[in-house]
Write a protein that binds this ligand. Structure first.
Ligand SMILES: Nc1ncnc2c1ncn2[C@@H]1O[C@H](COP(=O)(O)OP(=O)(O)OP(=O)(O)O)[C@@H](O)[C@H]1O
Ligand SMILES: [Mg+2]
Length: 465
């Protein structure tokens, strides 16, 4: 891919075979192994149900009639335990009724015994391609994420492209600027980008968090102090302004500075001169000041907590960052970039996200913005056993208790078959449903639990009038 992307690790698809007939199990096992599958064979029974979530099969081949638990019961359990697993049922006596039931439950296909191995081979191939194409998709997202990266910031949508343009335009001019945005939107990254892509990139970049410090300490940290300026000031000390001379000083959370430090800051900005605490004269400095805040400074001014003149001074160039919920088009690329980062860090073979998981991320409210998304992907990758991240894993990483995130999505649990069932299977089912509903397509669609449009599409494909 040429972007320095790690090759996506291979992962053998996994097939679960459940049949009480050992001969059948052995046959399916040999056959699937030849198709590159890792096979887990079980004879059925209730123990299997507790084991299901751990098996993590990509596809299950289930016998319809077994003494203890039938294939349909296992199919239902799989739907709950692992909604992304594809299911193929096998039966000695295929009837339209049981086929309908299977399809309603989301089975991929229904095979008669003795097995048509050619058809089984096709199905296994389709499932494997489905996994491979999702893997390709993630690789493509990762490549795009790399392409749309600017100074470590990923952003493909219009909001971020505008932001990148603004940074490129502002960077050469070393003007004082104010970055505004909610927590976790990337203000610190923007400050670094301004520094790195400007003429001062060889100078120092000094970051100072105005919130993490008391008023008197903030003063001496920023402006330094003269020798003997106060008890304990044995030596003179340069402040951060002097350190950053010729470079950039980033004042994070500038809204937290006390009014008196604000006054001193304004003086430095206006005179281009810094005076150490207790010193008699000032020193000329050449520092680009970038401030950031997640407060609305205009409100702070109105409340008397922020100096209006300093606000005007900083606000000449404002760089607003849009919250993540208002640029959801970036989520997939941010996710791809973070999966790449954390899969490598934890040494996990995380291949990507299943569609349900992706949808969950796309619809979550993200009050903590990109930082929160990054943390969620970190947690999910840390706990992942490899393969595709499922909806369940992402939900857990989101904290599990995020009903609004789930409710916002079209469906809490989605079943996305990666292949259409075979026409021999679907044709009689659709015809029967239409006959039972006297040709009423809406009713037939409802009975089949598919949308009307999906029913039309299939009727057309199968030439049913
Ligand atoms: N566009 C982006 N691409 C990649 N990573 C991002 C992006 N935006 C933010 N991040 C990551 O999200 C995290 C939070 O970013 P940052 O610290 O810059 O946010 P912030 O706006 O300064 O937040 P706060 O107001 O809480 O200080 C960081 O780990 C950062 O690397
Ligand atoms: Mg920050």
């Amino acid at each position: 891919m040429g972007n320095g992307l790690p090759l996506m690790p291979e992962h053998d698809p996994r097939l679960l075979v459940v049949d009480d007939d050992p001969g059948m199990r052995a046959l399916a096992e040999r056959f699937a192994q030849r198709h590159g599958y890792q096979v887990i064979a079980r004879e059925g029974g209730h123990e299997l149900l507790t084991e299901l979530p751990a098996i993590r099969a990509d596809v299950a081949l289930l016998d319809r009639n077994m003494p203890e638990l039938g294939g349909l019961d296992i199919l239902r359990a799989i739907r709950k335990a692992d909604p992304t697993c594809q299911v193929i049922l096998m039966t000695a006596e295929a009837t339209v009724d049981s086929a309908i039931e299977a399809v309603k439950l989301g089975a991929l296909d229904y095979l008669a015994k003795p097995l048509n191995l050619e058809r089984l081979g096709e199905l296994l191939g389709t499932v494997r391609e489905g996994i491979a194409s999702r893997r390709l998709l993630l690789a493509a997202d990762m490549a795009l994420a790399t392409q749309c990266e600017f100074c470590g910031m990923v952003g493909r949508g219009p909001a971020m492209q505008e932001l990148f343009d603004l940074i490129r335009r502002l960077a050469p001019h070393a003007r004082t600027s104010l970055i505004t945005g909610e927590t976790g939107t990337g203000k610190e990254l923007v400050a670094r980008a301004l520094h790195k892509s400007g003429p001062r990139h060889k100078g120092r970049y000094v970051a100072f968090n105005c919130a993490a410090i008391t008023e008197s300490l903030a003063q001496t940290e920023l402006f330094g102090h003269a020798r003997g300026a106060f008890t304990g000031a044995v030596d003179a000390k340069a402040g951060l302004f002097e350190h950053a001379d010729g470079g950039t000083l980033f004042l994070d959370e500038v809204g937290e500075l006390s009014l008196s430090v604000q006054a001193q800051l304004l003086r430095v900005l206006e005179n281009g001169e810094v005076q150490r605490v207790g010193a008699l004269d000032g020193k000329r400095i050449d520092v680009r000041v970038i401030a950031a805040t997640n407060r609305t400074l205009a409100d702070e001014v109105a409340a008397g907590r922020f100096r209006q003149d300093l606000y005007y001074r900083l606000n000449v160039v404002e760089i607003p960052i849009v919250p993540l919920r208002d640029r959801r088009e970036d989520i997939v690329y941010l996710t791809a970039a973070f999966v790449r980062e954390f899969a490598a860090r934890f040494g996990k073979q995380v291949l990507g996200l299943l569609p349900g998981a992706e949808r969950l991320l796309h619809n979550a409210p993200w009050p903590g913005n990109v930082r929160e998304l990054r943390n969620v992907i970190e947690r999910a990758c840390m706990r992942s056993e490899g393969g595709m991240l499922s909806e369940r894993e992402v939900l857990k990483a989101l904290g599990g208790a995020r009903p609004e995130a789930v409710a916002a999505g079209p469906a809490a649990v989605s079943v996305v078959p990666c292949a259409e069932p075979s026409p021999e299977l679907t044709r009689p089912i659709i015809v029967q449903a239409l006959q039972q509903e006297s040709g009423n397509r809406s009713a037939a669609a409802k009975q089949l639990r598919i949308s009307r449009r999906a029913l039309y599409r299939r009727m057309q494909a199968l030439d049913i009038s």
